[in-house]
Design a protein around this ligand. Structure first.
Ligand code: AHM
Ligand code: MG
Length: 339
């Protein structure tokens, strides 16, 4: 008898099997499928590039005062529209919207809250470098009549699912429902996501770091010390040479770290008197931290675990240190020693 060729496992089949195993309920399963479908549409728009007339600025700004790209707005609309009518959601919140948006009255209301950064790394769109969609799913608190921003203010440990879709040379969906982190590659001919990496594992040790070095002069003392030691290489206290990569798309940098290890850092710097950092807790830091932890890595804000931060605002920012567990521990210890 010859070995049977392993049958490809589609996202749909994966989710049905997770349901049979009691790890996901029908509404959450539908939610993940709907988000995946929306990501396929975004992937098509991103892939058309200049041919689709979708490049360039939208001429508008988001709540944080950042200029929006046309594709930021398109991706946001695709996710809102796809998730409006399925009956699985109570409300959506997005990096690109001032406040959360409850599900329209015309449709049944579900029990979940969906948060997303519709197109992360969008400054890279016009130069044809990888971008992505990041999402996080929370439960809607019980007894809420009209969903408000405050209902989203739950720590990352309350997430029931998180993921991203990266629009790179291939389109990939990376997902966790709290039982490991799994990667699916979009088969463009079939139009379906196919499981290509089950139980991704971030190597515990690394020799690679990702940071925007142009901000070095603005960092606080522990960051200066930590990176000085990395740059000193094998002659320095770390005793090994480190390589650096910075794509300036968090999805792409995190995808590399999930694939081959590394540490990603977006620290607080002195340009920001609130000491908050650049990245958003609810749309970027929390979902990425859940994915990384589920793959055996670690994520802190330089002092404590990101997933345990009690959010005070929907658009709150936070310093981010995530990736290979041992390296995140070194960077975090360096900060704690200075406090
Ligand atoms: P965005 O959500 O507006 O695209 O901003 C977030 C992005 C991250 O993807 C990336 O890690 C970071 O900003 C890059 O920042 P910088 O331009 O300072 O290198
Ligand atoms: Mg972003």
């Amino acid at each position: 008898m010859t070995d049977a060729v392993a049958e490809p496992i589609s996202l749909t089949r994966f989710l049905i099997e997770e349901k049979r195993a009691g790890r996901i309920n029908p509404d959450l399963r539908l939610l993940v499928e709907v988000v995946a479908r929306a990501c396929k549409r975004i992937s098509v728009a991103v892939g058309k590039g200049a041919l689709g007339g979708v490049l360039g600025d939208a001429g508008t700004g988001n709540v944080q005062g950042e200029a929006q790209k046309k594709l930021d707005v398109i991706a946001n609309d695709v996710l809102l529209e796809a998730n409006a009518w399925g009956g699985h959601l109570a409300a959506c919140a997005s990096e690109e919207m001032d406040h959360c948006q409850p599900i329209p009255d015309a449709y049944p209301r579900g029990n979940y809250l969906l948060l997303f950064d519709p197109l992360d790394g969008s400054s890279n769109i016009d130069v044809n470098v990888g971008v992505g969609t990041i999402f996080s799913v929370l439960r809607c608190p019980e007894g809420v009549a009209t969903v408000a921003d405050a209902d989203f203010l739950q720590p990352g440990t309350s997430q029931v699912a998180a993921g991203y879709c990266i629009y790179g040379p291939s389109t990939m969906l990376v997902l966790t429902i709290g039982h490991g982190t799994h990667a699916f590659t979009l088969d463009r001919e079939q139009g379906s996501f196919v499981l290509t990496q089950k139980d991704m594992r971030v190597p515990e040790e690394t020799k690679e770091f990702a940071i925007n070095m142009s901000n070095q002069r603005h960092w606080e003392a522990p960051m200066q010390d930590y990176v000085r030691d990395l740059l000193a290489g094998r002659e320095g206290p770390r005793g090994k040479d480190f390589n650096m990569r910075w794509i300036a798309s968090m999805v792409a940098d995190v995808h590399r770290i999930l694939t081959r290890g590394g540490i990603f850092i977006y620290p607080w710097d002195r340009k920001d008197p609130t000491k908050a950092g650049k990245l958003r807790l609810m749309y970027e830091a929390n979902p990425m931290s859940m994915l990384i932890e589920q793959a055996g890595g670690a994520a802190t804000d330089g002092r404590g675990r990101i997933l345990e931060i009690a959010p005070a605002q929907l658009h709150q920012r936070v310093p981010v240190f995530l990736g290979s567990k041992a390296e995140v521990a070194v960077a975090t210890a360096c900060h704690r020693e200075h406090d």
